[in-house]
Design a protein around this ligand. Structure first.
Ligand SMILES: [Ca+2]
Ligand SMILES: [Ca+2]
Ligand SMILES: [Ca+2]
Ligand SMILES: [Ca+2]
Length: 380
Protein backbone atom coordinates (compact mmCIF):
# COMPACT_ATOMS: atom_id res chain seq x y z
CA UNK A 1 0.00 0.00 0.00
CA UNK A 2 1.33 3.39 -0.90
CA UNK A 3 0.81 5.81 1.90
CA UNK A 4 1.39 9.46 1.06
CA UNK A 5 1.82 11.14 4.37
CA UNK A 6 4.05 14.16 4.80
CA UNK A 7 7.03 13.29 6.97
CA UNK A 8 8.49 15.63 9.57
CA UNK A 9 11.43 16.27 7.22
CA UNK A 10 9.20 17.28 4.36
CA UNK A 11 7.22 19.65 6.58
CA UNK A 12 10.45 21.24 7.83
CA UNK A 13 11.71 21.63 4.26
CA UNK A 14 8.50 23.23 3.05
CA UNK A 15 8.38 25.74 5.90
CA UNK A 16 12.10 26.37 5.43
CA UNK A 17 11.52 27.00 1.74
CA UNK A 18 8.81 29.54 2.57
CA UNK A 19 11.07 31.34 5.03
CA UNK A 20 13.95 31.25 2.57
CA UNK A 21 11.77 32.78 -0.14
CA UNK A 22 10.78 35.58 2.25
CA UNK A 23 14.35 36.08 3.36
CA UNK A 24 15.64 36.34 -0.19
CA UNK A 25 12.87 38.78 -1.10
CA UNK A 26 13.80 40.95 1.91
CA UNK A 27 17.51 40.59 1.25
CA UNK A 28 17.23 41.49 -2.42
CA UNK A 29 15.70 44.79 -1.36
CA UNK A 30 18.55 45.35 1.11
CA UNK A 31 21.17 44.27 -1.39
CA UNK A 32 19.81 46.62 -4.03
CA UNK A 33 20.43 49.53 -1.63
CA UNK A 34 23.71 48.30 -0.18
CA UNK A 35 26.38 51.01 -0.23
CA UNK A 36 29.71 50.15 -1.81
CA UNK A 37 32.70 51.10 0.31
CA UNK A 38 36.23 51.36 -1.12
CA UNK A 39 37.53 49.25 1.77
CA UNK A 40 35.00 46.44 1.93
CA UNK A 41 37.28 44.08 3.85
CA UNK A 42 37.53 44.05 7.62
CA UNK A 43 40.41 42.98 9.83
CA UNK A 44 40.42 39.68 11.67
CA UNK A 45 42.84 39.18 14.56
CA UNK A 46 45.10 36.21 15.35
CA UNK A 47 47.29 36.07 18.46
CA UNK A 48 50.78 35.01 17.29
CA UNK A 49 52.73 35.48 20.52
CA UNK A 50 51.80 35.61 24.19
CA UNK A 51 55.10 36.97 25.50
CA UNK A 52 54.27 40.51 26.71
CA UNK A 53 57.84 41.56 25.81
CA UNK A 54 57.80 40.22 22.23
CA UNK A 55 58.66 42.95 19.71
CA UNK A 56 57.71 42.40 16.06
CA UNK A 57 60.61 44.00 14.15
CA UNK A 58 59.50 43.10 10.62
CA UNK A 59 57.09 41.04 8.52
CA UNK A 60 57.33 39.46 5.06
CA UNK A 61 54.67 38.35 2.55
CA UNK A 62 54.55 34.67 3.65
CA UNK A 63 53.63 35.97 6.29
CA UNK A 64 56.48 35.48 8.73
CA UNK A 65 57.32 37.91 11.52
CA UNK A 66 60.81 38.70 12.81
CA UNK A 67 60.60 38.84 16.60
CA UNK A 68 62.92 39.75 19.43
CA UNK A 69 62.16 40.39 23.08
CA UNK A 70 63.41 43.10 25.36
CA UNK A 71 63.18 40.64 28.26
CA UNK A 72 64.91 37.34 27.45
CA UNK A 73 66.71 38.61 24.33
CA UNK A 74 65.49 35.67 22.28
CA UNK A 75 65.30 36.16 18.51
CA UNK A 76 62.98 34.11 16.30
CA UNK A 77 60.89 34.12 13.17
CA UNK A 78 57.21 33.43 13.77
CA UNK A 79 56.06 30.79 11.25
CA UNK A 80 59.79 30.06 10.85
CA UNK A 81 62.88 29.09 12.82
CA UNK A 82 64.16 30.11 16.24
CA UNK A 83 67.41 32.04 15.63
CA UNK A 84 69.07 32.33 19.01
CA UNK A 85 69.44 33.97 22.40
CA UNK A 86 71.10 37.18 23.57
CA UNK A 87 70.08 39.15 20.51
CA UNK A 88 67.70 41.74 19.16
CA UNK A 89 66.38 43.28 15.95
CA UNK A 90 65.15 40.67 13.46
CA UNK A 91 64.41 41.75 9.87
CA UNK A 92 63.12 39.00 7.58
CA UNK A 93 62.63 38.95 3.77
CA UNK A 94 60.25 36.89 1.60
CA UNK A 95 62.82 34.06 1.32
CA UNK A 96 62.75 33.67 5.10
CA UNK A 97 66.31 35.05 5.28
CA UNK A 98 66.98 37.49 8.09
CA UNK A 99 69.46 39.89 9.63
CA UNK A 100 69.64 40.00 13.42
CA UNK A 101 72.08 41.01 16.14
CA UNK A 102 73.69 38.59 18.57
CA UNK A 103 75.48 39.86 21.67
CA UNK A 104 78.38 37.38 21.31
CA UNK A 105 78.78 37.16 17.55
CA UNK A 106 77.64 40.59 16.33
CA UNK A 107 75.30 41.09 13.38
CA UNK A 108 74.35 37.85 11.61
CA UNK A 109 72.76 37.05 8.26
CA UNK A 110 70.53 33.96 8.42
CA UNK A 111 70.41 32.43 4.91
CA UNK A 112 67.86 29.74 5.78
CA UNK A 113 70.43 27.20 6.96
CA UNK A 114 73.27 29.07 8.66
CA UNK A 115 74.45 32.41 10.02
CA UNK A 116 77.15 34.58 8.42
CA UNK A 117 78.82 37.53 10.14
CA UNK A 118 77.81 40.99 8.78
CA UNK A 119 79.95 44.13 9.32
CA UNK A 120 77.10 46.57 10.11
CA UNK A 121 74.04 47.10 12.29
CA UNK A 122 71.19 45.64 10.24
CA UNK A 123 67.89 47.53 9.94
CA UNK A 124 66.37 46.07 6.75
CA UNK A 125 66.85 43.35 4.14
CA UNK A 126 65.42 43.12 0.60
CA UNK A 127 64.46 40.01 -1.37
CA UNK A 128 67.93 39.87 -2.98
CA UNK A 129 69.54 39.56 0.48
CA UNK A 130 70.92 43.10 0.41
CA UNK A 131 71.07 44.28 4.02
CA UNK A 132 70.86 47.96 4.96
CA UNK A 133 71.76 49.67 8.21
CA UNK A 134 74.73 51.57 9.55
CA UNK A 135 78.39 50.73 10.16
CA UNK A 136 79.64 50.46 13.73
CA UNK A 137 80.87 54.07 13.23
CA UNK A 138 77.26 55.15 12.61
CA UNK A 139 77.33 55.73 8.84
CA UNK A 140 74.68 54.27 6.51
CA UNK A 141 75.81 51.27 4.46
CA UNK A 142 74.58 48.18 2.67
CA UNK A 143 76.02 44.67 2.63
CA UNK A 144 75.47 41.64 0.43
CA UNK A 145 76.83 38.09 0.98
CA UNK A 146 78.62 38.23 -2.41
CA UNK A 147 78.92 41.98 -3.08
CA UNK A 148 80.24 42.79 0.40
CA UNK A 149 80.09 46.17 2.15
CA UNK A 150 79.18 49.40 0.34
CA UNK A 151 79.18 52.78 2.11
CA UNK A 152 76.27 55.17 1.55
CA UNK A 153 77.76 58.10 3.45
CA UNK A 154 75.96 61.08 4.99
CA UNK A 155 74.33 64.37 3.94
CA UNK A 156 77.32 66.27 5.37
CA UNK A 157 76.98 65.41 9.07
CA UNK A 158 78.54 62.55 11.06
CA UNK A 159 75.70 60.04 11.41
CA UNK A 160 73.31 58.32 9.02
CA UNK A 161 71.30 55.11 8.94
CA UNK A 162 69.53 53.11 6.22
CA UNK A 163 65.95 52.28 7.21
CA UNK A 164 64.46 50.52 4.17
CA UNK A 165 65.71 49.05 0.90
CA UNK A 166 63.59 48.22 -2.14
CA UNK A 167 64.08 45.17 -4.34
CA UNK A 168 65.61 47.56 -6.91
CA UNK A 169 68.31 48.40 -4.38
CA UNK A 170 67.08 51.94 -3.64
CA UNK A 171 67.74 52.85 -0.01
CA UNK A 172 66.01 55.43 2.18
CA UNK A 173 67.02 56.50 5.65
CA UNK A 174 67.92 59.42 7.82
CA UNK A 175 71.14 61.43 7.97
CA UNK A 176 72.58 64.34 9.89
CA UNK A 177 73.16 67.33 7.60
CA UNK A 178 76.21 69.64 7.74
CA UNK A 179 74.03 72.01 9.80
CA UNK A 180 73.26 69.27 12.36
CA UNK A 181 69.60 68.71 11.39
CA UNK A 182 68.11 65.30 10.60
CA UNK A 183 66.99 64.92 6.98
CA UNK A 184 65.77 61.90 5.06
CA UNK A 185 67.99 60.60 2.27
CA UNK A 186 67.51 58.51 -0.83
CA UNK A 187 70.42 56.53 -2.26
CA UNK A 188 71.02 54.36 -5.27
CA UNK A 189 74.14 52.99 -6.93
CA UNK A 190 74.09 55.60 -9.73
CA UNK A 191 72.90 58.85 -8.12
CA UNK A 192 74.51 58.29 -4.71
CA UNK A 193 73.10 59.87 -1.54
CA UNK A 194 70.64 62.76 -1.96
CA UNK A 195 68.60 64.84 0.47
CA UNK A 196 64.95 63.93 -0.09
CA UNK A 197 64.14 67.62 0.46
CA UNK A 198 65.91 68.29 -2.87
CA UNK A 199 63.23 66.15 -4.56
CA UNK A 200 60.41 68.46 -3.44
CA UNK A 201 58.72 70.99 -5.71
CA UNK A 202 60.28 74.45 -4.99
CA UNK A 203 57.09 75.97 -3.50
CA UNK A 204 56.11 72.98 -1.36
CA UNK A 205 56.15 74.41 2.22
CA UNK A 206 57.61 71.13 3.51
CA UNK A 207 60.74 70.22 5.45
CA UNK A 208 61.12 66.47 5.48
CA UNK A 209 62.64 64.98 8.64
CA UNK A 210 62.55 61.22 8.30
CA UNK A 211 62.01 58.52 5.65
CA UNK A 212 60.65 55.23 6.99
CA UNK A 213 59.90 53.06 3.96
CA UNK A 214 60.07 52.73 0.16
CA UNK A 215 58.11 50.37 -2.11
CA UNK A 216 58.86 48.75 -5.48
CA UNK A 217 57.47 51.79 -7.38
CA UNK A 218 59.82 54.10 -5.48
CA UNK A 219 57.04 55.68 -3.37
CA UNK A 220 58.48 56.89 -0.06
CA UNK A 221 56.73 57.54 3.27
CA UNK A 222 57.92 59.23 6.44
CA UNK A 223 57.33 62.48 8.27
CA UNK A 224 58.02 66.15 7.74
CA UNK A 225 57.03 69.61 8.93
CA UNK A 226 54.16 71.10 6.93
CA UNK A 227 51.95 74.05 7.91
CA UNK A 228 53.70 74.13 11.29
CA UNK A 229 52.85 70.52 12.21
CA UNK A 230 54.57 67.18 11.80
CA UNK A 231 52.71 65.43 8.98
CA UNK A 232 52.95 61.96 7.49
CA UNK A 233 54.02 62.32 3.87
CA UNK A 234 53.90 60.25 0.71
CA UNK A 235 56.44 61.20 -1.95
CA UNK A 236 55.29 59.76 -5.28
CA UNK A 237 56.83 60.73 -8.64
CA UNK A 238 58.38 63.80 -6.94
CA UNK A 239 54.90 64.92 -5.87
CA UNK A 240 54.49 65.42 -2.10
CA UNK A 241 51.17 64.36 -0.56
CA UNK A 242 50.21 65.04 3.07
CA UNK A 243 48.80 61.93 4.76
CA UNK A 244 47.91 63.80 7.95
CA UNK A 245 44.54 62.14 8.57
CA UNK A 246 42.82 64.90 10.52
CA UNK A 247 43.72 68.56 11.21
CA UNK A 248 42.73 67.96 14.86
CA UNK A 249 45.61 65.54 15.38
CA UNK A 250 48.85 66.89 16.81
CA UNK A 251 51.24 64.93 14.60
CA UNK A 252 51.44 62.00 12.24
CA UNK A 253 54.11 59.85 10.61
CA UNK A 254 54.12 57.38 7.73
CA UNK A 255 55.45 54.06 9.07
CA UNK A 256 55.28 51.69 6.10
CA UNK A 257 54.18 51.50 2.46
CA UNK A 258 53.60 48.28 0.50
CA UNK A 259 53.84 47.51 -3.21
CA UNK A 260 50.10 48.22 -3.69
CA UNK A 261 50.65 51.71 -2.29
CA UNK A 262 48.84 51.12 1.01
CA UNK A 263 50.35 53.27 3.77
CA UNK A 264 50.32 52.62 7.51
CA UNK A 265 50.19 55.89 9.46
CA UNK A 266 50.83 56.55 13.14
CA UNK A 267 49.37 59.61 14.85
CA UNK A 268 49.45 60.83 18.43
CA UNK A 269 46.17 58.96 19.06
CA UNK A 270 45.23 56.40 16.41
CA UNK A 271 46.60 54.39 13.52
CA UNK A 272 45.30 54.95 10.00
CA UNK A 273 45.46 53.09 6.70
CA UNK A 274 45.67 55.02 3.43
CA UNK A 275 44.24 52.56 0.94
CA UNK A 276 43.19 53.17 -2.68
CA UNK A 277 43.49 56.93 -1.97
CA UNK A 278 41.07 56.76 0.99
CA UNK A 279 42.05 57.29 4.63
CA UNK A 280 40.63 54.82 7.17
CA UNK A 281 40.94 54.95 10.94
CA UNK A 282 42.27 51.48 11.66
CA UNK A 283 40.02 50.61 14.62
CA UNK A 284 37.00 51.26 12.37
CA UNK A 285 38.20 48.43 10.11
CA UNK A 286 38.23 45.78 12.84
CA UNK A 287 35.79 42.87 12.51
CA UNK A 288 32.59 43.38 14.54
CA UNK A 289 33.15 42.25 18.13
CA UNK A 290 36.93 42.86 18.10
CA UNK A 291 38.10 45.69 20.34
CA UNK A 292 41.49 46.66 21.72
CA UNK A 293 42.30 48.54 24.93
CA UNK A 294 45.62 49.42 23.34
CA UNK A 295 47.09 48.64 19.95
CA UNK A 296 50.46 49.46 18.44
CA UNK A 297 50.87 48.65 14.74
CA UNK A 298 54.36 47.89 13.50
CA UNK A 299 54.50 46.67 9.93
CA UNK A 300 52.45 46.13 6.77
CA UNK A 301 53.08 43.59 3.98
CA UNK A 302 51.97 43.52 0.33
CA UNK A 303 48.77 41.62 1.22
CA UNK A 304 47.77 44.45 3.60
CA UNK A 305 48.43 42.11 6.53
CA UNK A 306 49.64 44.00 9.60
CA UNK A 307 51.58 42.93 12.67
CA UNK A 308 51.12 44.71 15.97
CA UNK A 309 51.05 44.41 19.72
CA UNK A 310 48.48 45.42 22.31
CA UNK A 311 45.77 44.35 24.69
CA UNK A 312 42.41 42.97 23.60
CA UNK A 313 39.47 44.53 25.46
CA UNK A 314 38.14 41.09 26.42
CA UNK A 315 41.62 39.69 27.17
CA UNK A 316 43.27 39.32 30.58
CA UNK A 317 45.08 42.65 30.40
CA UNK A 318 48.23 41.03 29.03
CA UNK A 319 50.09 42.50 26.09
CA UNK A 320 50.21 40.09 23.13
CA UNK A 321 51.44 40.18 19.53
CA UNK A 322 48.84 40.00 16.75
CA UNK A 323 48.60 39.30 13.07
CA UNK A 324 45.80 41.41 11.57
CA UNK A 325 44.41 39.95 8.36
CA UNK A 326 41.92 41.51 5.91
CA UNK A 327 38.93 39.23 5.36
CA UNK A 328 35.49 39.37 3.73
CA UNK A 329 32.70 38.73 6.25
CA UNK A 330 30.63 36.61 3.82
CA UNK A 331 33.49 34.49 2.47
CA UNK A 332 32.21 30.98 3.26
CA UNK A 333 34.46 29.07 0.83
CA UNK A 334 37.58 30.91 1.97
CA UNK A 335 38.74 32.12 -1.48
CA UNK A 336 39.05 35.73 -0.33
CA UNK A 337 35.82 37.15 -1.80
CA UNK A 338 32.08 37.18 -1.18
CA UNK A 339 30.28 36.15 -4.33
CA UNK A 340 27.89 33.66 -5.92
CA UNK A 341 29.92 30.67 -4.66
CA UNK A 342 29.39 31.77 -1.07
CA UNK A 343 25.71 32.53 -1.64
CA UNK A 344 25.24 29.02 -3.05
CA UNK A 345 26.79 27.49 0.06
CA UNK A 346 24.62 29.58 2.37
CA UNK A 347 21.41 28.73 0.52
CA UNK A 348 22.37 25.03 0.59
CA UNK A 349 22.51 25.15 4.39
CA UNK A 350 19.57 27.53 4.84
CA UNK A 351 17.56 26.39 7.87
CA UNK A 352 19.53 23.17 7.65
CA UNK A 353 22.79 23.27 9.62
CA UNK A 354 25.67 25.58 10.44
CA UNK A 355 27.54 25.42 7.10
CA UNK A 356 26.36 28.93 6.26
CA UNK A 357 26.57 30.34 9.79
CA UNK A 358 28.14 33.80 9.58
CA UNK A 359 26.97 35.35 12.86
CA UNK A 360 28.23 32.42 14.95
CA UNK A 361 24.92 31.46 16.56
CA UNK A 362 25.03 27.91 15.16
CA UNK A 363 22.34 28.12 12.50
CA UNK A 364 22.03 29.33 8.91
CA UNK A 365 19.15 31.74 8.60
CA UNK A 366 18.03 35.17 7.53
CA UNK A 367 20.57 36.96 9.75
CA UNK A 368 23.42 35.11 8.01
CA UNK A 369 21.96 35.82 4.59
CA UNK A 370 21.76 39.50 5.50
CA UNK A 371 25.47 39.54 6.44
CA UNK A 372 26.42 37.84 3.18
CA UNK A 373 24.37 40.09 0.95
CA UNK A 374 25.57 43.26 2.70
CA UNK A 375 29.13 42.02 2.02
CA UNK A 376 28.38 40.80 -1.53
CA UNK A 377 31.16 41.80 -3.94
CA UNK A 378 33.81 42.15 -1.20
CA UNK A 379 37.25 41.18 -2.50
CA UNK A 380 36.07 40.88 -6.13
CA1 LIG B 1 34.30 33.33 -1.29
CA1 LIG C 1 34.58 33.31 -5.07
CA1 LIG D 1 23.67 32.06 12.13
CA1 LIG E 1 20.25 32.80 13.68
Amino acid sequence: MLCLRPTATTIRSISAMKRLTHAIAAAVVTFGQAPTAAMDQVYDVTIIDDDPNAIPDSMNNVPQVGFSTSHSYSVWIWNGPYLGVRGWGCYVNDLGHAVWYNYYEGTLFWDGSQNTSVPLWGRCINNHDVIGGSTFDGVAAIWHPVGGLHFIGTLGGERSEARAISDHGVVVGTSETAGGADHPFIWDNVAGIQDLNDHLPPDSDWTLIEAADINASGDIVGKGVHEGTTHAFLLRDDEIISLHPDPGLGSSAGLAINDSGTVLIDTDREYYLYLDNVMYRFDHLLKPGVEFDSLSLRYLNDHNEIVGTGELADGDGQRQAFLLTPICLGDLDGDGDTDQGDLGILLGYYDYGDGGDLDGDGDTDQADLGILLADYGCGT
